[in-house]
Ligand binder design. Structure first.
Ligand SMILES: [Zn+2]
Length: 347
């Protein structure tokens, strides 16, 4: 098979930034995906429906003529001060699909994040009542905990107690990276799902250190050991509707990555679908890609599967080593820069 036609996929975890940065990356996503759930970790964070709708308008205005029809959905930033009233307002706003829990200090622009979930009791209760989804960055932020263990510890210390208190809360465990997270989501009772990025399916932590320090493979949660990657491959291709596509594509300029304290995040938007196709093809599971990329996420969020399609075509190319960013004033390095790519999105 050299051509694969699937319903237009959705990216259920995406960072677009704002202003010129957003304008220089949004087209990559809009050409591959019909919808995306846009993360709220701007400065200042997107904490209200009003801010989310204004941000959404800026995104729509940045779309080029060939990118019209792309439908961004918004996630609001959960803080210690999120009110039940704001959650109810969000639940009545069709463009808002979720709240995002960042434990304070967990990743890029997360310093407004939740310091203690007990402070969010009323907001979480309102989410449970309205069916609003809570997307979680699943890592503890205690610096005593080894960075490679923070996701597994989050399950025990935060997720299980949270779900015991709010058993009806609908949760997406974002960008899972470990066997522990994959096993938990596969087996848990109730309404829970997980997104998986291309980098966590393609690479293990050796990629961070291959011949030297590789900042463009640094993201949070950080890449893990090979057995964890194998566990993610297994669940992503298992046909379980609990696992679906979320790139976590996170643009940072080349300069901001290549420095003494480089930013966390992999920019996968330009080639995300080709990379996922490569993963599924490598396992002989191309027939499962449409469920993972185009169906299961839409089902979880209660949206129809796209009636449009995309075509992925087999063919060798090499991923660019860098792309223009911020009106060409800066450069950005895509995930797997310089590596061969076995699939292309036909436009
Ligand atoms: Zn993210």
């Amino acid at each position: 098979m050299n051509d694969l036609v699937i319903p237009k996929p959705d990216d259920w975890h995406l960072h677009l930034r704002d202003g010129r940065a957003m304008a220089s990356v949004v087209g990559y996503t809009a050409r591959s995906f019909g919808r995306a759930l846009v993360m709220p970790n701007l400065r200042p964070p997107v904490v209200s429906v009003e801010m989310a709708l204004a941000y959404r308008d800026r995104i729509l205005k940045a779309l080029g003529p060939a990118e019209q029809g792309f439908n961004p959905y918004m996630a609001l930033y959960l803080t210690d001060n999120t009110s039940a009233q704001e959650v109810r307002r969000a639940a009545e706003t069709p463009e808002v699909l979720a709240y995002k829990l960042y434990p304070a200090g967990a990743t890029t622009n997360s310093d407004s994040g939740v310091t203690d979930l007990s402070r969010c009791h009323a907001a979480l209760e309102a989410m449970q009542e309205t069916g609003m989804v809570l997307c979680v960055h699943g890592e503890v932020t205690d610096h005593q905990v080894d960075v490679f263990d923070r996701e597994a510890r989050f399950i025990e210390d935060v997720l299980i107690p949270l779900r015991a208190t709010f058993p009806g809360l609908r949760i997406v465990f974002e960008h899972v990276t470990t066997k522990e997270a994959a096993d938990y989501v596969r087996q848990a009772e109730g309404s829970i799902a997980a997104t998986i990025t291309p980098q966590h399916l393609l690479f293990n932590r050796n990629s961070l250190f291959k011949g030297g320090l590789r900042p463009h493979y640094y993201c949070l949660p950080v890449l893990k050991r090979e057995p964890h990657r194998q566990a993610l491959l297994q669940v992503a291709t298992s046909g379980s509707p609990r696992f679906f596509l979320g790139t976590d594509s996170a643009p940072h300029s080349k300069d901001a990555k290549e420095m003494d304290c480089g930013c966390a995040g992999c920019f996968s938007a330009p080639h995300a679908m080709a990379l996922y196709a490569q993963v599924f093809d490598g396992l002989g599971c191309l027939d499962r890609l449409a469920d993972f990329a185009s169906r299961f996420g839409a089902q979880f969020y209660g949206l129809p599967v796209s009636e449009q399609t995309i075509t992925l075509t087999r063919g060798q190319s090499t991923i660019e080593t860098s792309l223009p960013y911020e009106d060409g004033d800066a450069q950005i390095v895509p995930l797997a820069a310089g590596e061969p790519l076995g699939w292309q999105l036909s436009l």
